[in-house]
Write a new protein. Structure first.
Length: 86
């Protein structure tokens, strides 16, 4: 996810693996930034991540800050949902 090569619909759509990039929440394309900041299907997981991140960085944060300062929280977020099932 940090490099933008995550298994998101937007990434897979670039390579014509899937027909569209729209997130299952229907609020935009399923990009890494959308998943981290806007996807309504990940609201609960995002709140947990946000609460952990706010201990050391401001919200919203850069992905670089996230992986350097709050890597464990980020890993919990990424493993909390099967992104293939969204």
């Amino acid at each position: 996810m940090v490099t933008g090569h995550g298994n998101t619909r937007a990434y897979l759509h670039q390579f014509k693996t899937i027909e569209n990039a729209t997130c299952p929440c229907n609020k935009g394309d399923q990009t890494i930034d959308h998943s981290l900041n806007q996807c309504t299907l990940l609201q609960t997981q995002r709140e947990l991540l946000r609460n952990n991140v706010l201990k050391s960085v401001k919200w919203p944060f850069s992905k670089e800050e996230l992986i350097t300062k709050r890597l464990i929280s980020f890993l919990i977020f990424t493993k909390s949902r099967d992104f293939d099932q969204l």
